[in-house]
Design a protein around this ligand. Sequence first.
Ligand SMILES: Cc1cc2nc3c(=O)[nH]c(=O)nc-3n(C[C@H](O)[C@H](O)[C@H](O)COP(=O)(O)OP(=O)(O)OC[C@H]3O[C@@H](n4cnc5c(N)ncnc54)[C@H](O)[C@@H]3O)c2cc1C
Length: 473
Amino acid sequence: MLPSERLEWVEGWGMAVGGAGYVYRPTTIEALQEILALARRKSVPIALRGSGQSYGDAALRPESIVLDLSRMNRVLEWDPGKGVIDVEPGLTVSGLWRYALGDGWWPPVVTGTMQPSIGGCLGMNVHGKNNWQRGTLGEHCKEFDLLLANGEVRTVDRASESDLFHAVIGSFGQLGIVTRARLQLKRVHSGLVEVKAESVPNLKAMLEKVDQAKDEWEYVVGWIDGFAKGRKLGRGLLHYARHLELGEDPVPAQGFRAEIQDVPDTLFGVVPKTIMWRLIKPWSNRPGMRLINLAKFLMGSTLQEGACYRQSLAAFSFLLDYVPSWKRIYEPGGLIQHQSMVPYGAAEEVFSRQLELSQRAGSPSFLVVLKRHRPDDFLLSHAVDGYSMAMDFPVYASRKDRLWKLVRQLAEPVVAAGGRFYPAKDAAIPADLYRATFTHGELDRLCELKTTLDPDHLLRSAFADRMLWASDP
Ligand SMILES: Cc1cc2nc3c(=O)[nH]c(=O)nc-3n(C[C@H](O)[C@H](O)[C@H](O)COP(=O)(O)OP(=O)(O)OC[C@H]3O[C@@H](n4cnc5c(N)ncnc54)[C@H](O)[C@@H]3O)c2cc1C
């Protein structure tokens, strides 16, 4: 039985874009097949949704069926000897690491929040702070089951169906529904990582340090003060981390326990972290954020300069999760993020330009994060041999048009440099620029596969319509 049709407001994680859709939350493949049949009968498109952690419009479509897969979240098979796990698509990164860590395994690629589902992570082919070393999550997927728009289930294996495998992963739910994924996890000898912190005076130094550290450290991430100008443009803080080797942690079993991993939910043992966003909210304007960025840089470059310490894997990987609901500081307009990936040699010029453009437009980014990437074999890969810079911007209704214009300006030099954009973060990139980043017939190939696998274009999303289906690639 299908649940009754009910319109619900569904929005991107950034709260800036959304629409009302008919939300279904199936728990079985048979229910999914019934919904597909219903959609075919009524000619209503379906947008797939995992945990809805994409910032923009990738997991929604107004006046369509929104297929929320979060209740299909079981572990189906687990081999604790080999670290191979079969999961349903709605299992979250949080559910995955909590399940496997006790046996000494950790997901080889994790996102900056543990909320995303594995289906959504494969839909976007997510990367972590170790993209240079480990690639994307898709590189650790051995096979998956794909439910096609006609209701047929196909098992897609990396080796024997390489073309389809590399097209489905990263094509944001446009070719079929991943209903089971087999992942290879990574052996860890401790629940702790060793972390080193360092400050850098400008963008050039930031890029150099990140590049130098990429082979030595498993994880490298840079934070940039989006308000700093002139000679200080791009100054920031770097965090490097590595897993502990066998024997470095005398009591590994202790660190594997979830309660050791999770950081306390109170500040100084008293103030509940659930109210922290309310304390930060009065500062979520340009002068306030300038001060917060400055204070963070000064503290990092003095008190914490050169600090080396051990931290739990979860606390290092998902720090933002430990300030619950922090995005609410951006209410009521929400936020957007722009994450461009730029080839190594062009990164300094392009990122300097992006920082300057945002400052000149009166919209300096409140939060800027830099990572090192490597290319991969997926059809719609967002990664290049270079860096990505992610910039968060608050959305104010009165300045929305100007912000969207700024995103075009930020994106233009990326295209000129042969870069790419990350769909999971986008709400505003113009379609002509997004499409211009694919220069080897990738979008034609996607269209061919779409015609074969989903000829009625049942699987859609606001993002895919905006970028691909609204006009013929
Ligand atoms: C605070 C924060 C930090 C983040 N940090 C990172 C990061 O470090 N690295 C990174 O790469 N990303 C990062 N992201 C982005 C996030 O990881 C991706 O958007 C991811 O896709 C979210 O997973 P989800 O389950 O919420 O998917 P959704 O956002 O719900 O969906 C993502 C896409 O996958 C499709 N999809 C969902 N389920 C399926 C399925 N079963 N089969 C096929 N397609 C499906 C959807 O249609 C959609 O196009 C971050 C997001 C937030 C909010």
